[in-house]
Design a protein around this ligand. Structure first.
Ligand code: ADP
Ligand code: MG
Length: 200
């Protein structure tokens, strides 16, 4: 992977979240408390404001700072979880990662999210998109394939019963709706994959 314009990635991610905030809110309204769109928008607008600050740092430090900012600004259950993802990624990634380093770092970051959320794959959460994306990276899929895998993984949360987060309070009534966090994860994966794919 070549050096990336981190500022461009952050701006694109913030645009995507802003464009889909209402959709994310509607998903969270169905089986949660309806704040996921607003939570994510607040966090990613905060990243946008400081995009140049993050971009000036070496990649590991930038990812740790992004994660810390997300913990402080997103709120809800998802803030600490997305924050943990980026902080752990920053701890494991090298300054100029190749696919092997990225895959290993992403795997460790997912483990950190699972530990933080006391969650695992199959419980209708962000992990249900993150894990297939890690597996796709390990399988050296193209950026376009990874984006499609993330979308399919988010859709695959529809028939799942939520076992973590607010949606779990609904029990069987959580079945039949897409998990909001899984959807926002897939949106971010597609955005990042498009830009990184263009550069690869
Ligand atoms: P809150 O649930 O506090 O209102 P959000 O609405 O911002 O926070 O985020 C909800 C999303 O967070 C869920 O859709 C789910 O994907 C994710 N989530 C919640 N709890 C967990 C957990 N324990 N592990 C992994 N992801 C989780
Ligand atoms: Mg919510």
């Amino acid at each position: 992977m070549r050096a990336l314009d981190l500022s461009r990635l952050i701006t694109a991610a913030a645009d995507t979240i802003a464009d889909h905030a209402e959709e994310l809110t509607a998903l969270d309204q169905a089986i949660g408390d309806g704040d996921h769109g607003l939570n994510m928008k607040r966090g990613f607008e905060a990243l946008r404001s400081d995009a140049n600050v993050f971009a000036a740092k070496p990649l590991p430090d930038a990812l740790k700072a992004i994660g810390t900012k997300l913990v402080m600004t997103v709120g809800g259950a998802s803030g600490p979880l997305f924050g943990t993802l980026f902080i752990a990624l920053g701890k494991e990634i090298s300054a100029d990662p190749d696919n092997a380093n990225l895959t290993a770092a992403f795997g460790k970051a997912i483990e950190a999210v699972a530990a933080r959320g006391k969650s695992q794959v199959g419980q209708k959460t962000i992990l249900d998109v993150l894990q297939p994306v890690r597996d796709a990276l390990a399988g050296e899929k193209t950026a376009a394939e990874i984006a499609d895998i993330a979308d399919a993984a988010a859709k695959a949360t529809v028939p799942m019963k939520a076992l973590r987060g607010r949606a779990s309070f609904l029990g069987d009534r959580s079945i039949g709706h897409m998990d909001a966090g899984a959807r926002s994860t897939a949106l971010l994966v597609r955005t990042l994959a498009q830009i990184i794919g263009d550069k690869a």
